[in-house]
Structure formats: structure tokens, C-alpha cells
Design a binder for this molecule. Sequence first.
Ligand SMILES: NC(=O)c1ccc[n+]([C@@H]2O[C@H](COP(=O)([O-])OP(=O)(O)OC[C@H]3O[C@@H](n4cnc5c(N)ncnc54)[C@H](OP(=O)(O)O)[C@@H]3O)[C@@H](O)[C@H]2O)c1
Length: 291
Amino acid sequence: MYFPLTFTFCSVDYFLGILQVGTFTIKGQSIITKVLDAALACGYRFIDTAAVYRNEEEIAIALKELLPKYGLLRSDLFLTSKLAPADHGKDRVRQAVLDSLSRLNTPYLDLYLVHWPGAGRLPSQSPANRNIRIDTWRELEKLQNEGKLRSIGVSNYLESHLKELLSATTVKPAVNQVELHPHFPQKDLVKFCNQEGILVQAYSSLGGHSSHILLADPQVKQVAKVEGKSVSQVLLKWAVQQGIGVIPKSIHPERIKENFCLDFTLSSESMRALSSLKIDQKYAWDPRSVV
Ligand SMILES: NC(=O)c1ccc[n+]([C@@H]2O[C@H](COP(=O)([O-])OP(=O)(O)OC[C@H]3O[C@@H](n4cnc5c(N)ncnc54)[C@H](OP(=O)(O)O)[C@@H]3O)[C@@H](O)[C@H]2O)c1
């Protein structure tokens, strides 16, 4: 995968898409500009969005103002967007990518993900999803060859979806972005992706819309207390220390900064404690129904 950026903040090298700023549910020009201003100020250079977040245009407008403010160029950033489930399939993918490029006002995306293994217009159980997924991927391979997409990957793919893709196509997905946190650690999927050289990016590391549950977990709070860090920092570091990328989302500048400061190492006891909560609770949408 093409990852051009390595830089240092809080004495940690951030690279390989390990720490991105999430933008799901952040909408409205002033709030997008405030969030990206705070993120760029503390050192985030990777921004995660998606067509379905409907904030790509607002991100482009914010960056037009903020890049000169921080003396940055487009090439200093790493932009990820995603294909909407409704745009799966040979006839729709190209236009969807061109639309995202236009909304984000950029000639290329650093990473483009298939957001969901199912085609939006088909039932999850329809066997037709399989061929549509392959058609989608072949179209993305072409767009990558043309330089419009520097790297391509998937999101919410199960091991079965990945195996099917690997056996039918030539370019391996660079990334699989999935829900992952100590309440839903997805150990087998992580093992499979590691074996295949697919970078796992965790979303909803703080529990997504159920963050009030994960952030209040007594065992997670205990680890945070022992480590002398915030609950969100230990949740993020737990993933990063396993080589898993994270995409924390916040609309609060002080939390955006807190989530970026991961220059510590969790002890093996803390890692073990977070990895063995024995709670199998998924909080976001569930791809297990998609054949
Ligand atoms: N590929 C996919 O299907 C998919 C699905 C979901 C998300 N994502 C991506 O992953 C990103 C992150 O996931 P997410 O949006 O579900 O949420 P998340 O990162 O788990 O955050 C959940 C909530 O935690 C709060 N929070 C953040 N930092 C905090 C801190 N330091 N202390 C206390 N609370 C804190 C935030 O609320 P406040 O804003 O009020 O601070 C936020 O709404 C998304 O923004 C998106 O880019 C991808």
C-alpha cells in the first residue's frame, strides 16, 4: 500500500494509517472545520470519510482553508473514502469514485474502501452479492491502475468475504476496516488478515454510539487507572499495540488531542486484561448476515 507519511508527535512515529481522524456523523461546515482544525493542529494527517457520511464536500472546503494555515499540501495528507453500498457493481463504481474525487476536490484518494460487503439494492441473503462484490473490486483495480486510487481495500468484510475476493481477483485489499474493541476483539479475523498482509483498521474503538457502555466498563477503567491514562487512550493503545489502526471520532478538540497522545506502552498485564473481557458485544452494523 502507498503510505507516504511518517512523522513524530508525542515521540511516537505515526505511519501506516495507524491513527486517523474519524468523521462519521460529523456534519455541518463549522463543526467539520473545527474538528479538522483541531486534528491538524495536533498532528493527525489521515482523515477517514465515506460517501454515505455526506461530509466530503465540507471536508474539502475545510481543507482549502486549513492546509495553508498549517503550511501543508494535499500530498501531506492521507484521505480515505468509501463506496456506498448502493454503488456496488460494474456500472456504478466508476461514477461513485469520480463523484467522491469531485466532492473532495482531489485528483486522487490515498485509500478507497468498499464500505460494506452487500450491495445496497439486494437482500443480504441474495447469492447475487458474491458476483457484484467481485465486479466492484475489478473496477476498483482499474481505477487504481489509472492512479485515481492509490490503494484499495474493504470494510466490514468477514473472513469468508476476504477468501472469496482473494481467490477471484489479482490485487489484495490493503486494508479491512472493521468494528473492533475489547468487547468485540475479532481475534480470528485479525489473525487471518495478519497472515494475508491485510492491515486491520478498527472502527468504533470507543464503542461508537454505545461509547457510554464501553467507556464505563469497570475492567477497562481499572486498566486506565493502573496505567495512569484515560479510558479512551488505553482502548486506542490496546489496538495500536497489536498493529491495528484506529480512527477515533470526536467533535471536542480536547478529546481529539487526548486520542492522539498514545506515546506510552501498555504493560503485558494490561494488554491481557483488555484482551480477555469475554464480552462478545457488537455495537455497529453487522455483516454476518451478508452472504
Ligand atoms: N467502515 C465502517 O463501517 C465504519 C463504521 C463506523 C465508524 N467508522 C469510522 O470510524 C470512526 C470512529 O468510529 P465511531 O464514529 O463509531 O466512534 P468512536 O471513535 O468509537 O467514538 C465514539 C464516541 O466516543 C466519544 N469520544 C471520542 N473521544 C473521546 C474521549 N477521549 N473521551 C470520551 N469520549 C470520547 C465521541 O463523542 P464526542 O464526539 O461527543 O466526543 C464519539 O461519538 C468513524 O468516525 C468513521 O470514520 C467506520
